[in-house]
Design a protein around this ligand. Structure first.
Ligand code: IMP
Length: 431
């Protein structure tokens, strides 16, 4: 096998990092193809815990090369901050490659997003400038790529064209009575970014060639999706999505590796559902401080890694995940955080939606339509036992096995791993 992809099938935070970590041993490259420092993953290395948002999960494994592909948007101060945190903990990163084609996030992107995220039309973004940077990439006249940071004269010229225009946009987007509208100086931005460039230039490469050379030498590649499939710019719950292709369709454009190399796609789901930010969520448990939603949030520690926001929590939605399983091409699924559901006498699984007097089992990804869908639930018996010490299928209570089997049946895919805790050992092989 040459390439595997690990992709979340919900709205992100499915604990993909754990699966990437389990598989990384057998691979030569771990590659990110989308998103930026809006993602968040916790990586455990010995007795140390790192919170990374831009660096690939594989960066701590010395035997492999970690790649930030061209589909990623790079905020250099964050990249350097994460590298410095690793360095301070004694982890020297030399096996990192950053695509020279990846687009760069500048402070004016963040200022632009601060303005557009005010008021009713907001998306509930992570506020990292991700959307405005991708807008500039697609708009072409305002985008700057990592490779351009290495050419000081060229970079200064580009910033002199772009920054005055950005200043006008930021002023225009600000509320009419705003007094503290941020404005930027092209030379100051340029000097700041040339400083970053000096520090990251050793990592900058044409990563498409790097990966193709790897494939030619029979090296194995692991692609790590950021965000979840329901946040995909094309197929997610638009407009409450992120600005990149989080589905595996993003791999070809976001790294230059054609789909024909991909022979294993692992869809990762939580045993329930979470979502951060605004947007419809049919199975949401908005049942107050004493409710099941809050219980799952507390036990599952469902707070954003990047922003610290409490995640919205709900029952497992098989209509949504069957849709993303289909789009992702997943051949198997892994069910994460099953242990969090222990102690609930009943569990609900959403198997259809009722909307306008009709029952449907397909997913309307347009948010305004999804908003009106009422979940239709199947109720299953829960289990009382703590699952965190289960190591084999036989250790799982029959109710937990039935619950996982029903998810598998609803998605039409085999379950390869059930996770009952953050440690590697807490991963139960299912076949
Ligand atoms: P953006 O990616 O910052 O533009 O945010 C767009 C939407 O995607 C918001 O609802 C965010 O909360 C959500 N989002 C972005 N990254 C993640 C992630 O890694 N996990 C979960 N939600 C995310």
């Amino acid at each position: 096998m040459s390439a595997t992809c690990v992709v979340g099938l919900q709205w992100g935070d499915e604990a993909k990092g754990k699966i990437v970590d389990l598989l990384a041993e057998d691979h030569d490259f771990v590659v990110r193809y989308n998103g930026g420092n809006n993602a968040g993953h916790t990586v455990v290395h010995g007795d140390k815990v790192f919170k990374l948002s831009l660096l690939p999960t594989g960066v701590l494994k010395t035997h492999l090369t970690s790649v930030i592909g061209n589909g990623v948007v790079v905020y250099p101060p964050q990249l350097l901050k994460e590298l410095a945190a690793l360095e301070a903990a004694g982890v020297h990163v030399s096996n990192l490659a950053v695509s020279d084609h990846a687009h760069v996030i500048f402070p004016y992107h963040i200022a632009e997003e601060t303005s557009t995220e005010q008021g009713n039309g907001s998306i509930g973004t992570t506020g990292r400038g991700i959307g405005p940077c991708y807008q500039d990439k697609v708009g072409r006249t305002g985008g700057i790529r990592v490779g351009e940071l290495l050419h000081p004269k060229h970079l200064r010229e580009r910033l002199h064209q772009i920054v005055p225009r950005k200043n006008r946009v930021i002023k225009a987007l600000a509320p009419v009575d705003a007094t503290d509208v941020k404005q930027f100086d092209a030379d100051a931005v340029c000097d700041e970014y040339l400083g970053y460039a000096e520090k990251i230039k050793k990592f900058v490469k044409d990563t498409a060639y790097l990966l193709h050379d790897g494939l030619a030498a029979k090296k194995k590649i692991l692609f790590e999706a950021a965000q979840g499939s329901l946040l995909d710019i094309d197929h997610g719950t638009y407009p409450y999505v992120t600005s990149s292709h989080s589905l595996p369709s993003g791999i070809w454009s976001g790294t230059g590796v054609p789909a024909k190399h991909l022979d294993r796609i692992i869809g990762v789901v939580k045993a329930y559902t979470t979502r951060v930010g605004r947007g419809p969520f049919p199975t949401e448990l908005a049942d107050g401080p004493e409710g099941i939603g809050e219980r799952i949030r507390k036990i599952g520690r469902e707070y954003g890694t990047v922003t610290g926001r409490p995640r919205r929590v709900g029952w497992f939605d098989s209509v949504a995940t069957r849709y993303t399983a289909m789009l992702s091409g997943a051949n198997e699924i892994t069910v994460m955080l099953l242990d969090v559901l222990s102690g609930l006498s009943e569990l609900k699984l959403c198997v259809a939606y009722d909307v306008d007097g009709e029952r449907r089992t397909t997913f309307p990804s347009d948010s305004f339509q999804l908003e009106r869908c009422q979940p239709v639930y199947e109720t299953m018996e829960g289990w009382a036992q703590d699952l965190t010490s289960c190591r084999t299928v036989d250790d799982l209570p029959i109710q937990a096995r039935r619950y996982v089997a029903r998810i598998s049946e609803l998605l039409g895919l085999p379950v390869s791993i059930v996770s009952v805790g953050p440690d590697r050992a807490q991963s139960i092989p299912m076949r």
